[in-house]
Each structure stands twice: as structure tokens, then as C-alpha cells.
Design a protein around this ligand. Structure first.
Ligand code: FES
Length: 166
């Protein structure tokens, strides 16, 4: 982050940790994966702009909701880190976040529905059980080892490498 900040607008990692209840190690990790940003002092110490408090607090909320950090990263995608985000910036992030939560809610409902049937069934079939094999996209094309045929048909150069992986 290159935007200039007044020194009294910046928080140390200890202050950020105390204000948000997030461990310093987690703050460093969030920075490593691009969820938050810091500025560095001439002695290479981290300093946090005050607007990072909201980001870190929202990350904590997301963790309580069991949201993957990759979803948080997507939701925060267009929220700037080099200036204080506007109300509109947060509104956009909020809409994206809401859509993600809605997708997760639908996924949980689908799982709940399938689980109810599977508890009564108990077959745990790799062919038929949606719980064991939930994303069986090839099932629609029929049974059997079809993936290598598809690779050979579309790109013979990749056939050998696909076989090597087996
Ligand atoms: S356990 Fe039989 S379909 Fe899932």
C-alpha cells in the first residue's frame, strides 16, 4: 500500500490485535493472502490504516459464519485497501457477500435433503449416492471411464500426460 498516512492514523499490529480480538499471527496471515494490507515503517514494522479495522472485523464475522477465506477475498475484491472505502464500496461487497451466503444456504438445504434420503437408504453407492459423489458431472454422459476418451478425442498431446497421472 503506497498511499500516505499520517502517523497518528496508523495502528501497530498489537493495537490492531487488541482492537479486533484477532491474533497477530492471524493478521500476518491475512496480509500474506491479500485480505488486508499494511504500510511499513522505515524499520520495516507493520502499520495498519484505521479503515483496516472494519476489514478485520468483517473477516472475523465471516469466520464465525464458517465462510472460506477465499469467499471473503472474492467479496472484498473491489473494496480498495489504499484509501478509506466509501459507503458504495461496502455496499457492493455486501451484495456479493449476500449472494455467497445465499449459495451456501441453498447448498446446505440440498445436502440436508440428500442426507435425509441417504440415512434411510444406507447403500453409500459411488454410482448413485449424491452424498458420496456430489459433483459427478460425467454421470450424465453414462457409466465407465469416459474422461480419457474425451481427452484423446480433443487433444491427443495431453493423452499421454493424463495416462502418466494414472
Ligand atoms: S446412501 Fe444410498 S443414495 Fe446415498
Amino acid at each position: 500500500m503506497n498511499a500516505p498516512h499520517e502517523p497518528d492514523e496508523l495502528l501497530t499490529i498489537g493495537e490492531m490485535s487488541r482492537r479486533t480480538g484477532v491474533a497477530a499471527s492471524a493478521l500476518r496471515y491475512y496480509e500474506d493472502i491479500g485480505l488486508i494490507a499494511t504500510v511499513r515503517t522505515s524499520g520495516n514494522q507493520r502499520r495498519y490504516a484505521r479503515h483496516m479495522l472494519r476489514r478485520v472485523s468483517l473477516i472475523s464475522v465471516a469466520k464465525r459464519l464458517a465462510m472460506p477465506l477465499s469467499d471473503v477475498h472474492d467479496a472484498f475484491g473491489e473494496v480498495p485497501m489504499d484509501r478509506t472505502p466509501s459507503h458504495g464500496d461496502w455496499q457492493k461487497a455486501s451484495r456479493r457477500w449476500k449472494r455467497q451466503l445465499e449459495d451456501r444456504r441453498r447448498g446446505i438445504e440440498r445436502l440436508e435433503h440428500e442426507l435425509t434420503g441417504c440415512i434411510g437408504c444406507g447403500c453409500l453407492s459411488l454410482k448413485a449416492c449424491a452424498l458420496l459423489n456430489p459433483d459427478d458431472a460425467l454421470a450424465a454422459t453414462g457409466a465407465g471411464a469416459r474422461r480419457l476418451e474425451d481427452i484423446a478425442g480433443s487433444d491427443s498431446g495431453r493423452e499421454g500426460s493424463a495416462r502418466d497421472e494414472l
